[in-house]
Each structure stands twice: as C-alpha cells, then as structure tokens.
Design a protein around this ligand. Sequence first.
Ligand code: HMG
Ligand code: MG
Length: 298
Amino acid sequence: GLPSRVRVHEVGARDGLQNEKATVPAQVKAEFIRRLAATGLTTIEATSFVHPKWVPQLADAEQLFPAVAHLPVELPVLVPNERGLDRALALGARRVAVFASATESFAKANLNRTLDEALTMFEPVVARAKEADVHVRGYLSMCFGDPWEGPVPVLQVVKVCRALLDMGCDELSLGDTIGVATPGQVSALLGALTAAGVPVSALGVHFHDTYGQALSNTLTALRHGVTTVDASAGGLGGCPYAKSATGNLATEDLVWMLRGLGIDTGVDLGRLVATSVWMAAHLGRPSPSRTVRALAHQ
Ligand code: HMG
Ligand code: MG
C-alpha cells in the first residue's frame, strides 16, 4: 500500500542553491523561503553553518536565518561540527542536520575526514543538540553509488545508518547524491534496513535526478512505507563536492505524482510553480522540472 500523507522536506534553499556559482543575495534567498512557506510546505531547509570557504554561496547564513526565523515552518540547517552547531544554536535553530557518507571517498571530499573521524566529529554535535532539545537529522550520502568507488554495498550503508541512529539522530535521510540509483536498489536497501531493525518511520529519502530516476525511486520508497521525501523546488541543486551531481528531485514533480495518487502534501502546486519560475528568472535559466515547464504558462 501507499501512505495517505507525505511530508515534503524542501531543500531548494540549501541543496538547491549551494552549488550556484553566482552569489544569490541573502534578501533573495529570504524571499524564496517566504514564498516556499506560503505554498504550504512545512519543512524548509534554510542554509548550512559550514566553513564559508567550502560553500561560499551559504556564507551568509548569519544574515539569512534571522530573516526567516519568524516563519511558521520548520527551518532545519546543516551543521558539520560543533562550530557549526554553536552558530546555529546562537540564532535559535530548532532543527539541525549532520551529514555523513556511506563511503570513505566522499567523507574525505566533503568533510576532509575519514568516515570514522566524521562520525567522531558528529558525536558531540548530536549529543549537545539533543541536550538542547533540538531535532537532529542524519544525512547519509552515497547510499547507492559513489563517483570514485562505484556501487556501494548495502551492508556498508546499513552500518553507517546504525551508527547515526545509535548516536541519537531522530531521523535519517538516505541520499542518492549523484542520482544513479534505480528502484531495485532502493528496494534492496530499504529491505536491508528494515531487516536490521531500523524503523521505516525514521527514514527519509533524498534523490537527485541525474538519470531521471528520482520519481520512480521515490514511489518505490513509498511502497516500503517511507513518508518523508526530500525535494527541491524547480529541481535546483547539486553538491559541489560530488562529481556529476545534478539537481534534486523537483518538488513540483513530486507533488504532481502524489496529487495524482491522492496522497496529501498540503502544498499548493500553482504557488510552488510560480515560486520556481520567479527563482529561475533570478538565476537566469529555466527550471529543469518537467512539471514546472508544463504548468508555467497555464
Ligand atoms: P577543515 O578544513 O578540516 O576544518 O574542514 P577544520 O576543522 O580543520 O577547521 C579549520 C578552520 O575552519 C578553523 O578556523 C575553524 O574554526 C573553521 P581557524 O581556526 O583556522 O581560523 N571552521 C568553521 N568556520 C565556520 N563554520 C564552521 C566551521 N568549522 C570549522 N562550521 C569542515 C572541515 C567540516 C569545516 C569542512 O569540510 C566543511 O565545511 N564542509 C562542508 C561541506 C558541505 O557543506 N557540503 C555540502 C553539504 S552535503 C550535501 O550536499 C549532501 C546532501 O545533500 C545529501 C546528499 O545529496 O547525499 C546533504
Ligand atoms: Mg543532496
């Protein structure tokens, strides 16, 4: 069966923008988030408290977060380490996310750490966040394929998932960072996680759409009981530290499919399309989302 409701975890303002070469002004990002909130989205990832040299586009986190903090939505932020957590807590963030990798190569490229060192770095972050009653998401990148290592063994992914949950993460997001997964792999991983005792209610999925498989992969995950789906308005996105990563699953494509299936998201599709068209005009190129293109001129 399929769930009756899906929570969309909107990542356009973070994953969507982090790879943009030209700096998007903080006021434009704040307006983007305000418009996203007005569509009915309830979880809008706002920014990352990472090293500004690593992700220059998000160097304005201290300016942006207070500009949107009053909105009646959840505003998770990424924090790689205690320095990032300090910055987020100082601004009153109530939801943070650490971001691990299922592979050594990406841990090194993205965090300048081995896998074990990265997990060690997250331990005090998660512990201190929980003490402050802050919700913690644990991202897990390269769950299916890695640009340097190729296909990723399922048990390797299960092991890192376990470590993140044991550390105290409230939920996990399974990332197909470079968008190579196909539905059979999604089934195999979710089956293995369930067999290992991981509750499906703690799992979200995070698909990039490089090979056009994001929606099929999402439907497969829903059939396994997943009800949290990450998506990016207009299909913006890509990771600066992963070769060949393109945009995320477009939120509009997701909402179109869910609406057709009678699954409630609370999102007003027309307003969302208008928001992505507005953002595309700002970025100077059309949205890659098929749904945005189909609905934009109606
Ligand atoms: P490092 O160079 O090893 O840093 O980078 P360090 O710990 O050695 O510290 C060096 C300096 O950076 C120090 O300053 C620190 O204070 C400072 P100094 O003493 O030299 O003056 N520093 C910071 N400054 C501000 N904020 C911080 C911070 N931390 C240290 N948080 C580090 C290690 C983790 C910092 C770096 O690798 C980093 O920032 N990485 C972030 C990479 C990133 O954001 N990637 C994109 C997000 S992940 C993703 O997109 C995938 C996802 O979408 C899921 C999927 O698709 O799979 C989530
Ligand atoms: Mg991503």
